[in-house]
Design a protein around this ligand. Structure first.
Ligand SMILES: Nc1nc2c(ncn2[C@@H]2O[C@H](COP(=O)(O)OP(=O)(O)OP(=O)(O)O)[C@@H](O)[C@H]2O)c(=O)[nH]1
Ligand SMILES: [Mg+2]
Length: 221
């Protein structure tokens, strides 16, 4: 390479790296950006939800996403991926970028959970259908309510592992958590979303319904 072309190369590099003081034509105002957190007790299926969503929205992924786990498959820090999609609501098409993260359910990492929840625009609470996990479900739910009530963050409740033998009934679960007996709220969202995350059952529906709540909340503010 000659000295000359090397210099030219440097000039080009400088130009490409410079940050223009004019904003681009692609105004950020046209894109709505949100963060959705999967929350719940240890091993209720948050990471499984995350993997199924990543598969279902494979075509709209902005990055590959990551999943940080301990050697025994528990979430150590968080899983995270960003999706870019259109959300259709009342015949209006919204251009949306959503970051999806899962919190760790492990008690000893409570401080990381608060961090993961920071800036959340919506939460999917993933509960476990195992009757023996009811105390953990309740504790985790209380924790979530205390975090979200201050910030008015919308959430939906998912009752996962419906395939388990001896799974708690939806009615009993609602009673334990102090939820209303009816099936749906006036806005059409379900009080509880029964899912089988390992099979991907109802995972997408639950996420989409939350996104609608997130969008409503955004325009209400
Ligand atoms: N039977 C059954 N098992 C499930 C279901 N969803 C997840 N699991 C299993 O439950 C275990 C825990 O799932 P994860 O998705 O890792 O749970 P997590 O909530 O991310 O757990 P932490 O990150 O440790 O808090 C795994 O063995 C999953 O295969 C389900 O719908 N049915
Ligand atoms: Mg996990």
């Amino acid at each position: 390479m000659t000295v000359d072309s090397n210099d030219k190369g440097k000039e080009l590099e400088k130009k490409e790296l410079g940050i223009s003081d004019k904003s681009g034509t692609n105004s950020l105002k046209e894109v709505l950006q949100f963060k959705v957190v999967y929350w719940g007790p240890g091993e209720s299926g948050k990471t499984t939800n995350y993997f199924r969503l990543r598969e279902k929205f494979d075509g709209v992924k902005l990055n590959r996403g990551y999943s940080i786990e301990t050697t025994d498959g528990r979430t150590l820090w968080q899983d995270s991926v960003r999706l870019s999609f259109y959300l259709n609501l009342a015949e209006i098409k919204f251009n949306v970028i959503t970051q999806i993260v899962t919190a760790t359910g492990q008690e000893r990492f409570l401080s990381t959970r608060e961090y993961v929840l920071d800036g959340a625009d919506g939460v999917v609470f993933v509960a476990d259908s195992d009757p023996e996990k009811m105390e953990q479900n309740k504790r985790s739910f209380r924790e979530l309510v205390s975090f979200t009530s201050e910030q008015d963050v919308p959430f939906v409740i998912q009752l996962n592992k419906r395939d388990l033998e001896g799974a708690i009934s939806v009615e009993e679960f609602k009673k334990e958590l102090g939820l209303p007996k009816f099936e749906k709220y006036e806005d059409g969202t379900q009080v509880v979303y029964p899912t089988v995350a390992i099979e991907g059952e109802s995972v997408r529906k639950c996420f989409e319904d939350l996104m609608v709540l997130v969008l409503f909340n955004f325009f209400r503010e």
